[in-house]
Ligand binder design. Structure first.
Ligand SMILES: [Zn+2]
Length: 235
């Protein structure tokens, strides 16, 4: 097992722990590389590992009868995968698929249970993240129903930028269409508009954000609402 020894810790949830706590967790964390399309959990199946993303980006997907799986959440370095364990549930309610390949720190469910019981700071960070994720998924429900594709696409690109800490990433239009629950032609049109406005460049799946402020102005307010949760005073 390769023991995680990244300094500073790339995952924000782990980085928020007091150093002493993190050092106690370290022997139980294993650095793993996750590839595009990899499914970490299947709905209803047991969770055997939790993941703390470093630079991997993972979609939470739900199935709706007669439609392709729709994204209801996006998880990257700000959070973790396997949160149901913290609530005493040993199965994932959603599917989880890697959208951008990268690395994560992995811990077995058994170890997570032990550490979660032992460590109050870990509990505090995990509960806070679950709350953030709840805000993200509820806001996404409204966003998916009411907001225009162009604004939703801008939001999605900004969420991706924040999690990858990069203005450049590889995403196919097919993938974007699946994530947004729209037809590919809709994504092509929306991406074309953002490109015409010089907010992004798009070439063979290589997306570059050219104008951060402009893209934030083009996104629906859902982006700021969810992002603002990081700044809310915690009780
Ligand atoms: Zn929205």
């Amino acid at each position: 097992m390769q023991v995680a020894d990244q300094v500073p810790v790339a995952n924000s949830l782990l980085a928020a722990l007091p150093d002493k706590e993190y050092q106690l967790l370290r022997p139980r964390l294993e650095q793993v590389a996750l590839s595009f399309g990899e499914e970490l959990y299947h709905p209803g199946e047991p969770i055997t590992q939790v993941y703390f993303p470093s630079d991997v980006l993972v979609s939470l997907l739900v199935q709706a009868e007669g439609h392709q799986a729709l994204e209801v959440g996006l998880v990257g370095r700000e959070g973790m995968l396997g949160t149901p364990l913290a609530l005493g549930v040993n199965a994932s309610p959603v599917g989880t698929v890697v959208q951008v390949a990268g690395e994560a720190l992995r811990m077995s469910a058994a170890d997570f249970h032990k550490e979660f019981q032992r460590s109050m700071p870990l509990r505090r960070e995990v509960y806070w993240y679950i709350y953030e994720l709840m805000i993200q998924t509820t806001q996404t429900a409204a966003c998916n129903r009411f907001h225009l594709i162009e604004a939703r696409l801008a939001r999605w690109l900004l969420m991706t930028r924040d999690r990858l800490r990069s203005n450049r990433f590889h995403l196919t239009q097919e993938l974007l269409a699946n994530m947004l629950g729209v037809r590919r032609v809709g994504v092509t049109k929306a991406a074309g508009t953002l490109r015409q406005r010089n907010l992004i460049s798009y070439n063979r799946g290589e997306i570059t954000i050219l104008d951060d402020d402009g893209l934030e102005a083009a996104a629906c307010q859902c982006y700021q609402i969810v992002r603002g949760m990081h700044n809310v005073a915690r009780g």
